[in-house]
Write a protein that binds this ligand. Structure first.
Ligand code: FES
Length: 162
């Protein structure tokens, strides 16, 4: 082999090594970029939620609503409603006696409802039951009472607040 061929082979080999090196570098940076984008897509919403303290949509924490529809309920009847972004339940127990709770089961977070037969707030997921007068967990796996909301009837309006 002549010296010219040896030099050409050496250049070819060097070019292959550089191309391979550049390709690996590109792949490495591409993977890092994709990982960063997917990581941000997961982390940013979680960060925003934690930072908001669980605030409702738009960053505004709902602390009070008016629910005049519930004034039409018969005694012993109930209504589901939304308190901000959260599901909630109200039960009429007398003329001006309303009990309202956030309807999120304290076991694993299913939405509870009211069983008019047993007169208990119940969770269909695992059979949890709550006392509608107090929100106390009385049967099944829920470890804690429902979060109670205050109710007030004033000037013909039903106000529900934290
Ligand atoms: S989530 Fe309600 S009883 Fe399990």
């Amino acid at each position: 082999m002549s010296l010219g061929h040896q030099i050409d082979d050496e250049f070819d080999h060097q070019a292959e090594v550089e191309t391979d090196f550049m390709r690996r570098g590109f792949v490495k940076w591409f993977i890092r970029g994709v990982t960063a984008v997917y990581g941000a897509a997961f982390v940013v919403p979680v960060y925003r939620f934690l930072r908001s303290g669980g605030a409702d949509e738009g960053g505004v924490q709902v602390t009070q609503i008016t629910l005049n529809d519930a004034l039409k309920l018969e005694t012993g009847a109930f209504q589901m409603f939304r308190f901000g972004s959260k599901p909630a339940i109200i039960i009429r127990q007398g003329e001006n006696d309303f009990k309202a709770y956030l309807a999120t089961c304290t076991h694993l977070g299913c939405t509870v409802s009211f069983n008019t037969g047993s007169q208990r707030i119940s969770c269909a997921c695992h059979g949890g039951q709550y006392d509608p007068s107090t929100g106390k967990n009385v049967a099944g796996p829920p470890p804690a009472p429902l979060t109670a909301l205050k109710t007030e009837v004033a000037n013909g309006e039903l106000i529900i607040k934290v």
